[in-house]
Design a protein around this ligand. Sequence first.
Ligand SMILES: O=C([C@@H]1CCCNC1)N1CCCCC1
Length: 350
Amino acid sequence: DTGSAAATPEQYDIQYLTPVSLGTPPQILNLDFDSGSSDLWVFSSETPASQVKGQAQYNPSKSSTSKEVSGATWDISYGDGSSSSGNVYTDVVNVGNATFAGQAVETAQQVSSSFTSDTNNDGLLGLAFSTINTVQPEQQKTFFDNIRDDLDSPVWTADLKHNEPGTYNFGFIDDSLYTGKIAYTDVDSSDGFWMITLDSYSVGSSTSNLSSRAFHHRPSTFPSPSDSASTPLTGIADTGTTLALLPDSVCTEYYSQVSSAANSQTAGGYVFDCDATLPDFTYTVGSTTITIPGEYINYAPVDTTGEQCFGGIQSDADIGFSIFGDIALKAAFVVFEDDGSSPRLGFAQK
Ligand SMILES: O=C([C@@H]1CCCNC1)N1CCCCC1
């Protein structure tokens, strides 16, 4: 079995939506594939009308193959403060022709206001590890965990793009989607996430790194360079997070190269003049180097005046690890591999 479906970005690539078929006859909903969580939940006939604003709704009573999971409930809270909760059914779920007949479909009986106002998002399809699925009393499996053994290969891949549709594939690696070689790194899934350590990062061209300059007489006031060219970054690959949330030290180093940049309390992060030229941000996995173009990091205007723009790199606010969200992932072809025992992440240029 294999599957292939489009990942279509909303404005500013704030999120990517992918059509998913649920039930019999098929009910198509556009879901946010989220490698940072593990619940497949949908707007449904059970969601109060006051909390629905245009979203498509899954109606289990209109599906001849739906079965209620007796006594099961779910309740999830996301790092951005949003939340949802409800009941659970199993039904046929089809993603680009990869199909699983008994997938847990979590129907929302409550969604928080940010989901209500996100009018094109009909729900989430979690692709982190099933150990953090929130269904009680019997935890349920993610779509990938359910179909893994039926897939030609135990992988799914993300080819997200800037301002244009990309692709989520299941069960195969499409060699036409990348260049060079795929470099793999081991995943620590003990917290339920695709947690990895990037070998190094660098800001702008290498000359921006003091240690690479011929500073024979570096004034004592100069910071001894955090030789970023070999500083690792530990974090999770999260397709459901828009930005790249990195350590404060990396943010300081990056925005020190942008003369108009400031860390704004009111804007909630680093902002700069929209006409600023931003440096690239590069990270390495083994022998593969991924460069995020500076243009991608000029994320979006703060307001309608279009004077100040919000950065695509922001602080990880000391949550203890970085979050490599879409800003970081869309510059690469990413392989999420899990044979059930030793998960790995692969990165390639494209
Ligand atoms: O809630 C989230 C994110 C929110 C955006 C969508 N992906 C999941 N988490 C990931 C980071 C650690 C805390 C949990």
